[in-house]
Design a protein. Structure first.
Lengths: 565, 655
């Protein structure tokens, strides 16, 4: 068993990993382009988010040498080819016998919680290999700045642009997993602490921006084998666009609970309800009040204290295309947002009523994957209205005349993909988004924007590579500016970015292979309208061209996000 | 049978053992074992009269925050040693020190305002109590209503009385004038000039404007400035209570008084420090004040009110307020209720204008302030108007306040004579005028004593520097001699002496807040010379009815202040029908350099007592003097000393 485990675990990094990515997309951390990014976001959402990636939790390092690893890799490649041959032959035999192609279950000695192509693996892991404590992490450290020595800073003009100049962020996840013999069920307690820039070594300050991104308990197989239920605080989301650090369809951060049921081995229904409370006067207001019984001093009294209740449902199914591991994965998704009416103080002891709020999201995703080398294409459509149009952690702004978010709309189209062949690979990320706030008239915060990022990569052997990334970002805002012919037109800002990223990759080739260490040069070119988005004396508003230079490191391993559950 | 019964008992015992620890706290609470409310429980108060004749009393002014800290539990916000902030004194501290006060000989405690104040404003606390925010609630820094009630009960139990300080003229720093219409309070801004002269303003306390505080923009004035009430519970800057005082219309809104001789400013300007002036001409304000202050007596059974800033409030207010209050309290069983107060002014006629029964109005005040005034309404018109505000009850008359602090004496006698050594004839003039300026008729339902017979005599108080501060350049023994002499003077002069706390401990603080020291820092030492002197003087006063209730006849005063034989002598007799035959002669030598005698240029002091009467100096080790056949008496008194002569038969040795 153990003799088989090592090559299989390693082989998944190369081929078992690929369909998982194609089925689910990769996960990256969205970071706002900058303060002008139009999509309403809250602080939590502004912070980088975890970087889940289908990477098995590694065993403690056994200490193989580089030569041993290379030998191992060659052996894996051989095994991979053998498996492919075996699979094809099995399919042929089955076809001859008039049977369906066999489903090959990949045994695993690591907890696997999502379909692991070419065949599904039940979420419920074997009870005897995950008990105990586990550690996982996503992290990136960015060391650099512009060519004049200014500190690193994101330069996107849209909500989701190139992530090459994103800031440092890391998650440290500790979890406990247990199998309960008496109920034949599994539990997982996940606690994830996230750390955002700046680091101590940047400032010398013993203060750290920290947040608890996960703190939940998930129960699996209790009563129903294919049912998982969870409760707690959880990053709850689907597939991302790695290049944009963006989850286009579903990305919720709530305190809540949910259930996930696998009807069949590749049909899944997820339901969730949670609450959160944006730190905004539209949801919370504490005012000073005298203490009772004429005691000196004051107490803070929450006169407005309403929460947002968010529910979501997600249904997905995988249609396998033959036995090669390729397939199509459609997803249907929806959310409801609700906040009860409230009242807030506008002047001491004078109140106004805030109406009940509601919102909705509908969306769909179509994923196509080859089952080989993480090649996939995901297409997403999402529409949101009312409270939901502003995002799950945000409070509505530019309200309707009745002080509600009624009338706010967001429409989104997005695409992401990856293709690798031989020493070459290319990644794609793009989106188009239209946002109209609840205020009936067009204003600065009404916008349409989009970005396209393409990153071709060539690997130099198994240890290094070079990526070239091109980005086009555009944004149109509901503000009129003079046009070329003496009239007026909506503000239309454009920006182009070109990045060169040589890297070394100790884990070998693959666009989603981590860890790696990068060197990044990023050239940014802004037109006049893009520069006008920045305040006076902001260097981004002064410079037509910017040069960003950075050294970076990125890793992910063993985190629950990786399990894609 | 026994076995049968034993089982339930045993079960019951087991059950009790098991449940006891769980239920004990609940049972204890229910049964009152843990009911600590009993320690601090408000009680229903039945008002009653505790005073026979206010002239027998000796008032002791207590700044509650500075007297003693009897309850550490209400020390919120205390900034120990910073006299501009709360120090921790409270009502419990007074209760705890009743013995000290009784030993001193004071009989009436005048305590700081009891109502809830603005806690802090401009880094100064409302420890003094004159920044009212809620007229219906107690100042939590001083204790609870129950403690206040206990204080009054404790005092009455010792045959002492309690007088509560009150304010009707203004509230605390309640609002600001939004002069530049920006919706926030600005403390140092200027206008734009142009049509207006460039000036700096603070919206909390802008200068008086007879039109009302005006707003302005860059283009000029913009009409009356909106009033915006502050709302900061942490400092208790809350809209004043009761609810009527949340209405901007009940305030005059004219800004800060800077000329106290301008009648409009005096009556309608904010008191310096941003204390917002109530429009006490309004009927609803008058009625509210009667209600507020009737309730405080009904809740505490206190015996009198010391009233703040009297001259800043119209005469018609005082007529209605005092008469309706006496009426209501009297119906509840509280008679002989004393109302006296502060007219911080040296003009004796102005002081007396608030006690005499003439129907005065605003035009009279204008005249008293030395300005030309037109004709006002007739007395009948004036009273009819006031009656319309309060039609129920007895017809309003000219009755006003029972007495006022004798500020004119404070300036002309305490300051000019006893401190500065000026001629004593000014005291005689002042005293003799009192019957004309203060009024000789007692108020109906009042204390039964005319204002002229009962001025409130004081050396100093919380608003002026202490006596010892003003003589701080003198040698130590001289300072004390001067203080002791003036202490005797205010105790022997006709009226009621009022001693500012700490005088007995030789406190010597300068102006506010230096004159508001913490008494507990002295350890309440009763062995000091001034404590013992005060105790002796008050004992003498208690012993000789003439010193309390007797009338006054000045028998020697002089214009001499140099080396003349009688320089500095001031002598007066106290006797009369109210003192039951008691007779006292007081002879003061206010000269600070030499002994003086009661004759000059062959003329001797003539007494009312029959010739041959033997008088004993109660302060002079029993030295005796005999009235000559011509009724004269020559007595020599050392500088800064006095003689207290009583008939031999009345003399009580050992005091």
């Amino acid at each position: 068993m153990s003799g088989r485990a090592i090559p299989l675990r390693c082989s998944r990094r190369r081929w078992a990993l690929a369909p998982l990515l194609t089925a689910a997309g990769s996960i990256a951390v969205p970071i706002p382009a900058h303060a002008l990014a139009p999509e309403p976001r809250v602080e939590a959402d502004l912070e980088p988010e975890p970087e889940p990636e289908p990477e098995p939790e590694p065993k403690p390092p056994a200490g193989p040498s580089a030569a041993e690893l290379q030998a191992l890799q060659r052996r894996i490649d051989t095994l991979e080819r053998q498996v492919e041959v075996l699979r094809e032959s099995q399919a042929e035999v089955a076809q001859e016998l008039g049977k369906a192609p066999p489903v090959i279950v990949q045994p695993s000695d690591e907890p696997v919680t999502a379909p692991s192509a070419p065949a599904d693996v039940s979420y419920n892991r074997q009870p005897d290999y995950a008990d105990g404590f586990h550690f996982g992490s996503y992290g990136r450290v960015v060391i650099g700045g512009d060519h004049r020595g200014r500190a690193a800073r994101e330069g996107d003009i849209v909500a989701h642009g190139s992530r090459l100049d994103e800031s440092t962020y890391a998650e440290l996840e500790l979890r406990r997993e247990d199998y309960h013999e008496v109920t034949k069920s599994f539990t997982r307690v996940v606690a994830t602490v996230a750390i955002a820039a700046p680091l101590f070594h940047q400032t010398g300050n013993f203060s750290t921006n920290m947040g608890v991104r996960n703190l939940y308990l998930e129960e699996s197989g209790l009563g129903l084998k294919n049912l998982r239920v969870w409760a707690g605080s959880r990053m709850y989301r689907g597939d991302d666009i790695y290049l944009l650090n963006f989850w286009p369809l579903d990305n919720l951060n709530t305190v809540g609970g949910g259930a996930i049921y696998n009807f069949a081995e590749h049909t899944e229904l997820r339901l969730h309800t949670g609450i959160n409370q944006p730190q905004n006067p539209l949801f919370f207001q504490a005012v000073p009040r005298p203490l009772p019984y004429a005691q000196p001093g004051a107490a803070q009294v929450a006169v407005l204290d309403r929460q947002k209740v968010i529910s979501s449902g997600r249904f997905s199914h995988i249609f396998w295309l033959g036995s090669s591991g390729a397939g199509i994965k459609p997803v249907v998704y929806g959310e409801t947002h609700y906040a009860n009416e409230g009242q807030r103080e506008v002047e001491p002891r004078q109140f106004e009523t805030l109406p009940r709020e509601a919102g909705w999201v509908v969306g769909t995703q179509l994923g196509l994957f080859t089952g080989k080398r993480s090649s996939f294409l995901n297409l997403v459509f999402r529409a949101a209205g009312g409270l939901a149009a502003y995002g799950e952690f945000n409070a509505p702004t530019q309200l309707a005349p009745d002080r509600s978010s009624r009338g706010a709309r967001e429409y989104l189209l997005a695409a992401s993909g990856n293709y690798e062949v031989g020493p070459f690979g290319v990644q794609l990320g793009s989106y188009w988004r239209s946002f109209r706030n609840a205020s009936p008239n067009l204003d600065y915060w009404d916008l349409t924007e989009g970005a396209v990022v393409v990153r071709p990569t060539v690997w130099l052997g198994e240890i290094a590579g070079v990526s070239l990334e091109g980005t086009y970002e555009a944004q149109r805002r509901g503000t009129l500016v003079p046009d070329q012919i003496g009239g007026q037109e909506p503000l239309f800002a454009q920006q182009g970015r070109v990045g060169l990223i040589p890297f070394i990759t100790p884990a070998g080739r693959g666009n989603f292979t981590r860890p790696y260490i990068t060197f990044t040069y990023l050239l940014t070119m802004r037109d006049a309208a893009a520069r006008s988005l920045y305040p006076e004396h902001d260097v981004f508003g002064l410079r037509k061209v910017d040069h960003f230079i950075a050294l970076g490191a990125e890793w992910w391993f063993g985190s629950t996000s990786y399990f894609r559950d | 049978m026994a076995r049968t019964n034993a089982t339930p008992k045993r079960l019951g015992l087991i059950a009790a053992l098991l449940t006891g620890p769980l239920t004990a706290p609940v049972v204890g609470l229910a049964s009152g074992c843990a009911d600590f409310r009993a320690l601090d429980e408000e009680t229903d108060v039945q008002m009653s009269t505790h005073v026979d004749d206010w002239r027998d009393e000796v008032i002791y002014q207590i700044l509650v925050d500075r007297f003693d800290n009897g309850d550490r539990g209400n020390d919120q916000g205390v900034d120990s040693g910073n006299l501009a902030r709360y120090q921790g004194g409270d009502w419990q501290g007074i209760i705890d020190r009743m013995g000290y006060l009784q030993e001193l000989g004071v009989t009436t405690l005048w305590i700081s305002p009891v109502v809830r104040n603005v806690d802090t404003d401009a880094n100064v606390d409302g420890y003094h109590g004159y920044w009212a925010q809620d007229f219906g609630d107690v100042n939590p820094h001083f204790g609870t209503l129950a403690t206040l009630q206990e204080l009054v009960r404790e005092a009455h139990g010792r045959d002492m009385k309690v007088i509560i300080d009150i304010v009707t003229n203004h509230v605390g720093q309640a609002f600001y004038y939004d002069m530049n219409l920006n919706g926030v309070a600005d403390i140092n801004f200027q206008n734009n000039g142009g049509a207006m002269p460039v000036r700096h303003y603070t919206e909390y306390d802008p200068d008086f404007d007879p039109r009302g505080v005006q707003a302005f923009t860059s283009l000029g004035e913009a009409g009356p400035a909106p009033v915006i009430f502050q709302y900061d519970p942490a400092t208790n800057h809350l809209p004043p209570q009761p609810a009527l005082f949340e209405d901007p219309a009940v305030y005059n809104r004219k800004g800060r008084t800077f000329d106290f001789d301008d009648p409009d400013q005096l009556l309608h300007g904010d008191f310096p420090g941003g204390l917002k002036d109530l429009d006490t001409r309004r009927c609803d304000v008058k009625q509210e004040m009667v209600e507020i202050y009737a309730q405080w007596i009904e809740k505490t059974d206190a015996d009198g009110y010391r009233i703040d800033t009297i001259k800043h409030v119209e005469y018609d207010f005082w007529r209605l307020f005092t008469q309706r209050l006496r009426q209501r309290l009297g119906e509840g069983g509280k008679r002989n209720f004393l109302m006296f107060g502060e007219v911080f002014d040296g003009r004796d006629d102005l002081l007396g204008s608030f006690t005499k029964h003439e129907i005065l109005g605003d035009v009279d005040l204008v005249r008293l302030l030395g300005r030309a005034a037109g004709e006002g309404p007739t007395d009948a018109e004036q009273l009819a108007d006031e009656q319309a505000c309060s039609p129920e009850g007895e017809p309003l008359t000219g009755d006003q306040i029972d007495s006022v602090f004798y500020f004119s004496q404070h300036f002309q006698a305490v300051r000019d004579v006893f401190t500065s050594g000026q001629s004593t004839d000014r005291i005689q003039t002042l005293w003799e005028n009192r019957v004309n300026t203060w009024g000789t008729e007692p108020n109906a339902r009042g204390i039964g004593v005319s204002p002229a017979d009962m001025p409130i005599n004081f050396i100093d108080n919380h608003d002026v520097s202490r006596f010892l501060f003003n003589v701080r350049e003198r040698p130590q023994d001289e300072q004390r001699a001067l203080l002791h002499n003036v202490l005797l003077f205010v105790s022997a002069a006709q009226g009621v002496p009022c001693i500012y706390y700490g005088t007995e401990q030789d406190f010597a603080g300068g102006n506010d807040p230096a004159n508001r020291e913490r008494l507990w820092d002295t350890g309440f030492d009763t062995s000091g010379a001034t404590f013992q002197w005060t105790k002796r003087v008050l004992a003498l006063r208690a012993a000789y009815p003439a010193l309390r209730r007797g009338g006054t006849r000045v028998i020697w005063s002089t214009a001499h202040t140099a080396d003349e034989s009688d320089a500095g002598i001031f002598a007066f007799e106290r006797f009369g029908p109210d003192s039951g035959g008691s007779y006292v002669v007081m002879v003061f030598n206010t000269h600070q350099g030499h002994a003086s005698t009661t004759n000059f240029d062959g003329e001797s002091m003539k007494l009312s007592a029959p010739p041959g009467t033997v008088l004993v100096d109660a302060l002079g080790d029993g030295a005796t003097y005999v009235i000559a056949d011509d009724g004269s008496l020559d007595i020599t008194v050392e500088p800064m000393k006095a003689a207290l002569l009583v008939p031999e038969g009345e003399y009580e040795a050992g005091l």
